[in-house]
Design a protein around this ligand. Structure first.
Ligand code: F6R
Length: 608
């Protein structure tokens, strides 16, 4: 989520690091910072907001003699996006600095332990805890930084990519990763770390891809990779890449949308981070601990976030037994809704800036209802206006058409269902633990499925590229997914599409069906299957062609059955959603449309 760059070489390191951060800005930012050793001093300079603010701060300083430095652009996951929480973070002695991307899940316990030893913390971050833990370990390793990092990380749970700098070793940097991106660039008389290749692409195309649990030490002229736990040396090969900067920003994918669709397994993992009690399999959402499970819930959102909310309604009602009403924010804000005193509003927004959703929140607050924001962007307007915030933790979404953000919203809604279902007694501990177990195995299932889904989507997009209209059908929790499939197709390929509840079709839209009007159905192995099947027979009776997302072994005779891997109950949505997204993506790409920036649309809708 954050941008990381580290440099050891022969050039002025600070300007090089700033320039590298500029190339990583697409990863999102709310603050930025650099650190370097110069004249026997370890300096850290940080600024809130865009990179330009940091550059302004640096203007008045002579920072040209340092030849190693590291820098960071932050996309907040813990702590408000303010300067004290910006990276790098120093330990309490001022001799070690760290930049960190990821989440240390057990940082609170470590922080308590270090605080008891008299260490004072200046930020709210887990990263500052980690650098102090490394500093503590340094006391037992005779000043050996490699050993200290290894010892500290043996105590840490979570995900991270870190780079560490030491005042006592000014020309050396250390880095390691677990489930957060980190690559090394190998140059001549200079070496680099980056969260992404564009960080150092103008200087070298020779890259070492680092794996989880590998620790690397670089100087200007050397690099060594070892096992973080045992420090045993690891042989690595240097790959040569041919990407240009743009391709590198997209991680080699043709578009950000495609990259973000493929990030969904990671998005699910990130959304769960720190929220599952490993021992009991129960959900932790400490941000909501001081309020009871709602007796009634009003979900307010727009567009894709509204579809996520509709999907959440099926879950919350079925499992947590909470009555739910889902509202399109632009309608809700101008109605005179009846909002009972025992109600709670859940506002869902990726950007956290959507004006209609914000207006819905204000209306709810004026009626005395507590508001929970489910947002992706930390520190956004909605997250500040809401009384409680649950972050969806999807990372920056660059493509205008929302994909991975919806996946994270579904994951968060599932967590809310389990959390409230336990708190109000609607779910048993065992039922919750079962669902959590399935949820944690979902990313691997999705990772395996995505390449095959893309191939099917490519094939179908070519077959139907001349269609001018589509009907998307689903029932139950697949109905909101049908709405989303239609929205994705129309917004990026400009092909007209309508999403409909399959059972409603016979009340009107069936009149549209003819051999040139294809239907895209969601007919999975669930309790709705027999009903959906009979709706599809009605389509076939009018000579309509059908693409159906389905599961193996189901008795369904349509032109294009598209078999998805099985996922139980509500988890099927996480496999269905990327199939719908990929179909829209492949169609738009095949038709030569501007996938990442479709006409007439904006990423953040801050107007009425
Ligand atoms: C569709 C899309 C939009 C947004 C909507 C709400 O791909 O991106 O429909 O979902 O504008 O935006 P947020 O979630 O930022 O409030």
């Amino acid at each position: 989520m954050c941008g990381i760059i580290g440099y050891c070489g022969h050039r002025p390191a600070v300007p090089l690091v700033i320039e590298g951060l500029r190339r990583l800005e697409y990863r999102g930012y709310d603050s930025a910072g650099v650190s370097f050793v110069q004249n026997g001093e370890l300096s850290v300079i940080r600024a809130e907001g865009k990179l330009g603010n940091l550059e302004k701060k640096l203007e008045s300083r002579n920072v040209f003699s340092a030849t190693s430095a590291m820098g960071h652009t932050r996309w907040a996951t813990h702590g408000a996006p303010v300067e004290k929480n910006a990276h790098p973070h120093l330990d309490h002695t001022g001799k070690l600095a760290i930049i960190h991307n990821g989440i240390i899940e057990n940082y609170q316990a470590i922080k308590a332990e270090l605080s008891a030893k008299g260490i004072a913390f200046r930020s709210d971050t887990d990263s500052e805890v980690l650098v102090n833990l490394i500093a503590e370990c340094l006391k037992d390793t005779g000043g050996d930084v490699t050993l200290a990092i290894s010892a500290a990380l043996s105590r840490v749970e979570g995900t991270y990519a870190i780079v560490v700098m030491s005042l006592d070793h000014p020309g050396t940097l250390w880095a390691t990763r677990v489930a957060s991106p980190l690559v090394m660039g190998v140059g001549t008389g200079e070496n680099f770390f980056g969260s992404d290749i564009p960080a150092f692409l103008p200087y070298t195309r020779d890259v070492v891809f680092l794996e989880d649990g590998e620790l690397v030490k670089i100087t200007a002229t050397s690099w060594e990779v070892m096992d973080t736990a045992t420090l045993a040396p690891i042989e690595k090969t240097v790959a040569h890449i041919n990407w240009d900067v743009q391709a590198a920003e997209k991680g080699g994918y043709k578009h950000f949308m495609l990259k973000e669709i493929f990030e969904q397994p990671k998005v699910i993992r990130d959304c769960l981070l720190g929220r599952i009690d490993a021992a009991t399999g129960q959900v932790r959402l400490p941000e909501l601990d001081d309020m009871p499970a709602p007796e009634r819930l009003h979900i307010v959102a727009c567009g894709t976030s509204y579809h996520a909310g509709l999907w959440g309604m099926y879950l919350l009602e079925k499992y947590a037994k909470i009555p739910v009403q889902v509202e399109i924010a632009s309608e809700f804000r101008y109605r005179d809704p009846i909002l009972p005193k025992n109600g709670v509003v859940l506002a869902i927004s990726q950007s956290g800036e959507t004006m209609d959703t914000m207006a819905g929140i204000k209306l709810a607050k004026s009626r005395g209802l507590p508001v929970i924001g489910l947002c992706n962007v930390v520190g956004s307007s909605i997250s500040r206006e809401a009384d409680h915030v649950v972050y969806s933790q999807a990372g920056p979404e660059i493509s205008v058409a929302s994909t991975k953000a919806m996946c994270s919203q579904l994951a968060a809604l599932l967590l809310l269902t389990l959390y409230w279902g336990r708190r109000n007694g609607a779910m048993t501990e065992a039922a919750c633990a079962d669902m959590v177990r399935e949820l944690t195995s979902l990313p691997a299932l999705l990772e395996n499925a995505l390449p095959g889904l893309r191939t099917s989507a490519q094939h179908l997009a070519r077959r139907y590229a001349e269609a001018t209209s589509f009907l998307f059908l689903g029932r139950g929790p697949c109905y909101p997914l049908a709405l989303e499939g239609a929205l994705k197709l129309k917004e990026i390929s400009y092909i007209h599409a309508e999403g409909y509840a399959a059972g409603e079709m016979k009340h009107g839209p069936i009149a549209l069906i003819d051999p040139r009007f294809p239907t895209f159905a969601i007919a999975l192995d669930d309790e709705f299957f027999p009903k959906v099947k009979s709706n599809l027979v009605e389509v076939q009776a009018r000579a309509g062609e059908i693409i159906a997302l389905t599961n193996e072994g189901l008795d369904l005779d349509v032109e294009h059955p598209w078999t998805l891997p099985r996922a139980n109950g509500p988890l099927a949505a996480f496999v269905t959603l990327p199939a719908l997204q990929l179909f829209a993506y492949e169609m738009a790409d095949y038709l030569g449309k501007d996938v990442d920036q479709p006409r007439n649309l904006a990423k953040s809708v801050t107007v009425e």
